[in-house]
Design a protein around this ligand. Structure first.
Ligand code: ATP
Ligand code: LTN
Length: 340
């Protein structure tokens, strides 16, 4: 009897912008879920999406530094660089090339509906550039370029993922089965970690310092920020996001980081004051981040090693991307390249 051919591995793809210091929101909503794919079944690619980051004005030297730093964070968070393809988006020109083609298959009306565009235009009223508007098309290109099946992301990216799926289906409808239609993968809790100061808004790394916990914040800073987190004026510890957004946010952070449910986290603290709740969040956050911070420090003392990983993986990702790009270029009717 013939042995069945090995199934090709499914592709997992995600990216994070090097637009600031990563927050506990990025960690809980995205990064923490990146290493949950067994490597005998999945090939994972994780990119530092520097091309997305320049949709908002950046200081060049700081951005360059943050790219390497984010790659080190990926590794420090437990992603084995031998098994995961960790690379910089700008090192693979196929992203921009596919994005151009996909721009021609995306409608203005679709992009006009994107809530992230609306939020960011309001935040950066002096720089509402075309890149900010077509940002989701570049994200669709990132994903579709690699035949991705699964995209681990936070809830705020759901709308962008839906658009990527629509673009893939539209393109496939015209040219046949070219792209795999990707699925989003969201955590059970903490898919939307809220700001510590305004718990009805998403925690965001480009907001003021006291609204977020950065992954590299030292313990005393974490303690201080959580102590000042906004709660409410009654004293009951209960998960109720509509009426108690601050307390519910803290419970979600505990639940996500201890792999429990919000109800279990609330039950454990029932009858205690907000001081105790904050103490518990502080302990959980610090003990989660300590090993990551130590490993990050070690890696940043050897920048050559991290740079070497990015260089090696850029080559691998370029190779994978070119295969898909050539197929798409052929489908849409671009000129033949001749064969040498
Ligand atoms: P920026 O403030 O620069 O827009 P951001 O902090 O929103 O950035 P991104 O780089 O856009 O972060 O997001 C990286 C990943 O982290 C995405 O998958 C996103 O869904 C997730 N993420 C970001 N913020 C949160 C949050 N507050 N809660 C849960 N997941 C989040
Ligand atoms: N748009 C995402 C970052 C991002 C991404 C991607 C996520 C860019 N390309 C591809 C998943 C897959 C964000 O702002 N969080």
């Amino acid at each position: 009897m013939e042995t069945p051919a090995a199934q090709p591995k499914k592709i997992v793809y995600s990216g994070i912008q090097p637009s600031g210091t990563l927050t506990i929101g990025n960690y809980i909503g995205a990064l923490r879920n990146f290493n949950r794919f067994p490597d005998d079944e999945y090939q994972c690619l994780y990119s530092v999406v520097d091309m997305h980051a320049i949709t908002v004005r950046q200081d060049a030297a700081a951005l360059r530094k943050r790219c390497l730093d984010l790659a080190a964070i990926y590794i420090a968070a437990g992603l084995d660089p031998k098994k995961n393809i960790i690379y910089c988006q700008s090192h693979v020109s196929g992203h921009a090339e596919l994005a151009w083609i996909l721009n021609c298959f995306t409608y203005m009306g679709e992009l006009n509906r994107m809530t992230q565009f609306k939020d960011k235009s309001a935040k950066h009223a002096d720089n509402i550039n075309a890149g900010l508007f077509t940002y989701p098309v570049l994200m669709a290109a990132d994903i579709l370029l690699f035949n991705t099946s699964v995209v681990p992301i936070g809830a705020d990216q759901k709308q962008h993922l839906e658009l990527a799926r629509d673009i893939a289906q539209r393109f496939n409808g015209i040219y046949g089965d070219v792209f795999t239609v990707p699925e989003g993968k969201f955590g059970k809790v903490g898919t939307r970690v809220m700001s510590l100061q305004e718990p009805t808004r998403k925690m965001s790394k480009s907001d003021p310092e006291d609204t977020y916990i950065a992954l590299l914040d030292p313990p005393d800073v974490i303690r201080r920020k959580i102590k000042r987190a906004v709660t409410d004026s009654d004293a009951e510890i209960r998960f109720d996001p509509a009426n108690k957004p601050g307390v519910s946010n803290l419970l979600s952070i505990i639940a996500a980081l201890t792999d429990t449910t919000v109800e279990e986290a609330a039950a454990e603290l029932a009858g205690q004051g907000y001081g105790k709740l904050k103490e518990r969040v502080t302990d959980v956050v610090i003990s989660t981040l300590e090993p990551l911070q130590a490993e990050h420090k070690r890696l940043m003392a050897d920048k050559g090693y991290v740079q070497g990983i990015l260089d090696e993986n850029a080559e691998i990702a370029n190779h994978m991307a070119t295969r898909m790009l050539r197929k798409v270029q052929r489908k849409v009717g671009f000129a033949d390249r001749g064969r040498k």
